[in-house]
Each structure stands twice: as C-alpha cells, then as structure tokens.
Design a protein around this ligand. Structure first.
Ligand code: GSH
Length: 212
C-alpha cells in the first residue's frame, strides 16, 4: 500500500515529496491546509502532535505493521533506511549527510522562515528589526553552504543524499527570503543541478494545494 503523505505546499512539505519521488516510493497526498488551521484537527494531531506538516503513515512499517512519522528530518531518515538509499553507507559520508540534514532542520529553515514572517508584516517598525536580524543570519547560512559546496558536489560528498532534499526545499524559496543566488555561486551551481533532476521536478510539481 502506498505511503500516506500529509503535507502542504511549503519548503518542509516539498522535501518529502521530492524524497519520495527520488526513492521511487508510491505515495498518496493528503493536503493539510495550514492556512485554514487543519493542522490542529484531532485526527491529524494523532500522527503529528506538534501540529505541523509534513507527516507520513507507512502502512508497511517495521514488522509489516503501520507506522506514523512526524518531523521532516525523521521522515527523511526513516525513508532512507526503509529503501537503503540516499543515506551513504560509508560512515564518514553518512555522518556528513546527517550533519547537513540537522543543519537544515535546526537552522536553514527556522531562520529563512522568520524572514518570510517578518517580510509579511505591515507595520514598518515591527518589520525592520526582525528582517535585519533574520536576513543577516540567513545570508550567513548561505555563506556556510557556499563554502561547503566549493569542494563538494553535494552536501554529503560525491553522492546526492537526504541532506540535499532537505536543503533544496528551503533554497527553492530563496527569492522569498531575499537571497540572490548569484552571490553564492557554489550554492547556485548545486541548486540548478538538483532542481534539474526529473524526480525533483516531479516532487515540486505534485499538487499539494487543494484546488478551490
Ligand atoms: N521541524 C519541523 C517544521 C515543520 C513546519 O514548520 N511546518 C510548518 C509548515 S512549513 C507548519 O506545519 N506550520 C503550521 C503550524 O505551525 O501551525 C519539520 O522539519 O518537519
């Protein structure tokens, strides 16, 4: 039975549709419209107690029994281990993949997410401090990624991994957090290469919004 993906059209949501496409796993999308408060529905909280997308239910989990998983990093690791793909076997490359995955979940997500928030505020005084602080931090993170990618093809090394799927979900929104990728040529080279992959394109194209 296909994996059930609970998600929405956001960077964190796109990471998982990209990973499922790359891994060739069949899945069905359940749109959770976070603009309408659907993430706080009691049924959804049973699988995602922190009321956030994405979450999955794998009907064919460990021991052939269903399992639900929330938090995108945990979902990516679960799917990589289930399929034996996109999490390197070599211990050093595996550590690197996990490092950059955690870098994304802990920083390159929360920080640009704050830029998105403050950029949307009407009141100029409220906007200014938040934008200054979080745009500076977001730019710093792009610099960290640019230095990593100066001598690595992908974040974990030579092969693409779940770290790239996590990071591309947020890099996809670079314009919204006011980053010109031309300022970060190694990130730009990586971004163009990842976004040109067939499976990644499918992951970004799959409908994650309800047509109304
Ligand atoms: N650490 C979480 C973050 C997930 C997250 O922030 N999801 C947002 C959408 S991108 C959400 O569901 N927000 C709804 C809410 O907070 O009520 C993860 O990586 O899965």
């Amino acid at each position: 039975m296909p994996i059930q993906l609970y998600t929405f059209d956001t960077p964190n949501g796109r990471k998982i549709s990209v990973a499922l496409e790359e891994m060739g796993l069949p899945y069905e999308v359940h749109v959770v419209d976070i603009t309408q408060g659907e993430q706080t529905a009691p049924e959804f909280l049973k699988i995602s107690p922190n009321n956030k997308i994405p979450a999955i239910i794998d009907p064919d989990g460990p021991g052939g029994q269903p399992i639900s998983v929330f938090e995108s990093g945990a979902i990516l690791i679960y799917l990589a281990e289930k399929t034996g793909t996109f999490l390197p076997k070599d211990p050093r490359a595996r550590v690197a993949a996990l490092e950059w995955l955690m870098f994304q979940v802990g920083g390159f997500g929360p920080m640009p997410g704050q830029v998105h928030h403050f950029a949307g505020l009407e009141n100029e005084a409220d906007r200014r401090y938040g934008l200054e602080r979080f745009m500076a931090e977001t730019r710093r993170l792009y610099g960290v990624m640019d230095r990593r990618l100066a001598d690595h093809t992908f974040f974990a090394g030579k092969e693409i991994s779940i770290a790239d799927f996590a990071i591309v979900g947020w890099a996809w929104r670079h314009e919204r957090h006011k980053i010109d990728l031309a300022d970060f040529p190694n990130v730009q080279r990586w971004y163009r290469g990842v976004m040109a992959r067939d499976a990644v394109m499918r992951g970004f194209a799959v409908g994650l919004k309800r047509s109304s």
